[in-house]
Write a protein of this length. Structure first.
Length: 145
């Protein structure tokens, strides 16, 4: 156990986000997402919910300030709906740790899959929330002198 790091963060998750560079992307995927089909770098976090993982990850990882939306969710398929509280919950967490990223963008389903295939890693959760996936773009970690 380490001081100041959420107990939800496994050693594998910590190593994964530590190895990411600025501009790399991380997908927090719901339990239904085809993470293993989309990316070879998959970390299992079965039983964990995505909002809880956001709370654990965001104190450790700066989000990109050079893009309009460093956090993206999958837009619903035409004719389908998403629970608006999913976006609201994510934006509430983001506003605490990355105020510049407090608004979450949306991308089309297959574009989300394509971005996932190019992402640094996917963390597969046990979250069964419909359209619960979120993609995070890592930013430049400030250097303190």
């Amino acid at each position: 156990m380490l001081v100041g790091i959420s107990p939800l963060m496994s050693p594998e998750m910590l190593a994964t986000i530590y190895r990411m560079g600025h501009g790399d992307e991380l997908v927090l995927a719901d339990a239904h997402f085809p993470g293993h089909s989309c990316n070879v770098n998959v970390v299992r976090a079965d039983g964990l919910m995505i909002p809880d993982l956001l709370e654990a990850i965001l104190p450790l990882m700066v989000l990109d300030s050079y893009v309009d939306y460093p956090a993206l969710i999958m837009e619903p398929v035409p004719g389908d709906t998403a629970d608006p509280s999913v976006r609201e919950n994510y934006e509430m967490v983001l506003s605490r740790y990355s105020p510049h990223a407090a608004r979450v963008g949306e991308i089309e389903r297959f574009s989300f899959y394509e971005r996932t295939s190019e992402a640094y890693a996917v963390i597969m959760t046990g979250d069964t929330t419909k359209y619960g996936n979120i993609l995070l773009k890592k930013g430049v970690t400030p250097v303190e002198h």
